[in-house]
Design a protein around this ligand. Structure first.
Ligand code: IDP
Ligand code: MG
Length: 135
């Protein structure tokens, strides 16, 4: 059954000029791209996206980073899309990310780790509703 997940290509990856490089990895795995939009977000919007992390020590600099430049918001679809996208991304900490993953190849720190991917089908649908409220 087709599932949707939500990806953010973060400001570090946009600055590095690897948007196309990242998008091609989902397509190469047979996943579909249902929506794509480049935009800049403000702190209030970052707080809504990362509501689960607001109280974490790492959140204030993460908020600063996520609002430091444009991001690309993407809806990715396909069987088991949530899990497969997180596999393509690799572990949060690039030092622990499997070879050949986006984060192993492109992340520069735990914070500036190139991509976001939803952690469950439920959070994917909530994130898609936040970022693409008109569907
Ligand atoms: P995920 O993006 O792999 O799902 P989460 O634990 O949901 O990881 O954390 C959200 C984001 O917060 C990470 O992608 C990363 O940018 C940042 N982050 C998480 N943990 C740390 C940390 O220990 N130091 C700095 N930034 C962190
Ligand atoms: Mg997460």
């Amino acid at each position: 059954m087709t599932e949707r997940t939500f990806v953010i290509i973060k400001p570090d990856a946009v600055r590095a000029g690897i948007v196309g490089e990242i998008l091609s990895r989902y397509e190469r795995e047979g996943l579909g791209l249902e929506a794509i939009e480049m935009r800049s977000i403000d702190g209030d919007f970052a707080d809504r996206h990362y509501a689960a992390h607001l109280e974490r020590d790492f959140y204030p600099p993460l908020r600063e980073f996520m609002t430091s430049g444009p991001v690309v918001a993407v809806v990715v679809s396909g069987p088991d899309a949530v899990r497969r996208v997180r596999t393509i991304h690799g572990a949060t900490d690039p030092a622990e990310a499997a070879p050949g993953t986006i984060r192993a190849d492109h992340a520069t720190s735990v914070r500036e780790n190139a991509v976001h991917g939803s952690d469950s089908p439920e959070s994917a649908e909530a994130e898609i509703a936040l970022w693409f409220p008109r569907g």
